[in-house]
Design a protein around this ligand. Structure first.
Ligand code: UGA
Length: 458
């Protein structure tokens, strides 16, 4: 198949929407990214990404001739071949995913749609089972009320990109999954992804194609299976992390080293090494939300997802392990000064959603500790979102360490590998470090007198 330029509208400019839009424009499609937030659109129009993502600004620059940002879906939609819905689906209190934003976009599409040429509406947001059908119903109802007949198809196309590696994951995915009921939708999605499926594009210099990379599989299925694939993938990865964290708890009790255990099991190809890093557990906008949502869906069918539920329980228990280690080492936390290294839920992002740092800091404050924090990127976000949290913001690790009784490394930022621990140790009142990600070299720290407390290590 030769590459054909399609007109694509992406609704929602979060991590998924913006990355998808910018990558598709880079691949040669004509893309309009739409968002109701005028401030976001105005920043994007200036060429400034509104998310922290390596390579995004550069790729926006390279793709600029194919890329438009707008806050009007009505202006963007005429002649579109595809509208991709990539708006947020946050958790409701009962764990279910709130798809009201998806429904609002579907209503708007139904109110605007006015053409005979087929339109494919793609659900890219992570949505509960049955949402493709729900979108179809909403659009149809709107068209009926307007007394208009249009040719449209709804497809489900879940996203597997990771924040911080979003462009890489989009351009070089392991697989692309599409769920559809009409062959026309499948054909158009095949055209959309052809440059990725066949890897016909020139890789951007700053995100090269991995040397061993092979073209991705194209998985064609029905919308319900596609929706379930997304939940199953995230639940499995979350479970893998909780699995290794559960073993980490036992490893430190029996005198084993979880890093070596992970290596020892991960080299078995059936298990694999990825997502076996023990630590403070997962955070972010996806694993917590999606595991809760799929548990909720199961409960609606009177079915209990025991493994998923346990993975959730283990994950949130894991965050408190850092506090327990501090209590054991310092005995009294009240009045102690604790320095937190890293706030974002993982490196290379300023995202604080469901970040372990927040629970840990809250607990330390509750126990009477004084908390200092440093993060190379996420501090402005933290200050905005947790205005009332009584923490001291430090401009670097050295300032943070002055008179500290202990440090907790929560996020494994690359910069933390370059810390001058000798200098830090001279600044501290007591030389204690909880390495919540097993990131720093323990021998080096122990040599200069640190009480090094890793996760799942003795
Ligand atoms: C995750 C999935 O990896 C993506 O495939 C998916 O598309 C995305 O959710 C989504 O549903 O949108 P993301 O949340 O960006 O991506 O982050 P990950 O890199 O997967 O990390 C999630 C959390 O797990 C982080 O807090 C990380 O520190 C933690 N983690 C990861 C571990 O604790 N141990 C590991 O071995 C790996």
């Amino acid at each position: 198949m030769v590459n054909k330029q399609l007109k694509v509208v992406i609704v929602g400019t979060g991590y998924v929407g913006l990355t998808t839009g910018v990558c598709l424009a880079y691949l040669g499609h004509r893309v309009t990214c739409v968002d109701v937030n005028e401030k976001i659109i105005s920043e994007l129009n200036k060429g400034k990404p509104t998310i922290h993502e390596p390579g995004m600004e550069e790729l926006m620059m390279l793709a600029r001739n194919n890329l438009v940002f707008s806050f009007s879906l009505k202006e963007a939609m005429p002649e579109a071949d595809i509208v991709v819905i990539a708006v947020g689906t946050p958790s409701k209190n009962n764990g279910d995913a709130d798809i009201s934003a998806v429904e609002r976009v579907a209503e708007e599409i139904g109110a605007i749609l006015n053409s005979d040429s087929p339109l494919v509406i793609v659900n890219k947001s992570t949505v509960p089972i049955g949402s493709a059908r729900r979108v179809e119903t909403v659009v149809k109802a709107k068209l009926e009320r307007r007394n208009v007949e249009c040719n449209f198809f709804v497809a489900s196309n879940p996203e597997f990109l990771r924040e911080g590696a979003a462009i890489r994951d989009t351009l070089y995915p392991d697989r692309i999954v599409v769920g559809f009921e009409s062959a026309q939708a499948f054909n158009i999605l095949g055209q959309l992804y052809n440059p990725i499926l066949k890897q016909t594009f020139e890789p951007p210099a700053f995100i090269p194609r991995p040397a061993e990379y092979k073209c991705p599989s194209f998985i064609a299925t029905n919308p319900t299976s596609a929706e379930l694939i997304k939940y199953a993938a995230n639940s499995f990865l979350a479970m893998k992390i909780s699995f290794i964290n559960e073993f980490a708890g036992l490893a430190e009790r029996v005198g084993a080293d979880i890093k070596e255990v992970a290596q020892g099991i991960g080299l078995d190809k059936r298990i694999g090494l990825d997502y076996l890093q023990a630590g403070l557990g997962w955070g972010g906008s996806c694993f917590g939300k999606d595991t809760r949502a799929i548990s909720y869906t199961a409960s609606q069918y009177g079915y209990k997802m025991e493994l998923v539920q346990s993975s959730i329980d283990v994950n949130y228990r894991q965050r408190m392990v850092a506090v327990e280690k501090l209590q054991r080492a310092l005995k009294v936390l009240r009045g102690s000064i604790i320095g937190i290294l890293g706030l974002s839920f993982k490196p290379n992002t300023d995202d604080l959603r469901d970040a372990p740092s927040v629970d840990i800091i809250n607990k330390l404050i509750e126990l009477g500790a004084r908390v200092r924090v440093f993060d190379p990127v996420a501090m402005p976000n933290f200050q905005r979102q947790y205005k009332n949290m009584a923490v001291e913001y430090c401009e670097d690790v050295i300032t943070l360490s002055i008179d500290c009784d202990a440090l907790v490394l929560v996020t494994e930022w690359h910069d933390f590998a370059k810390i001058d621990w000798g200098l830090i140790s001279r600044n501290m009142r007591q030389k204690i470090i909880v390495d919540g990600r097993n990131f720093v070299k323990n021998e080096e720290l122990e040599k200069i007198g640190f009480n090094y407390l890793g996760m799942g290590r003795f």
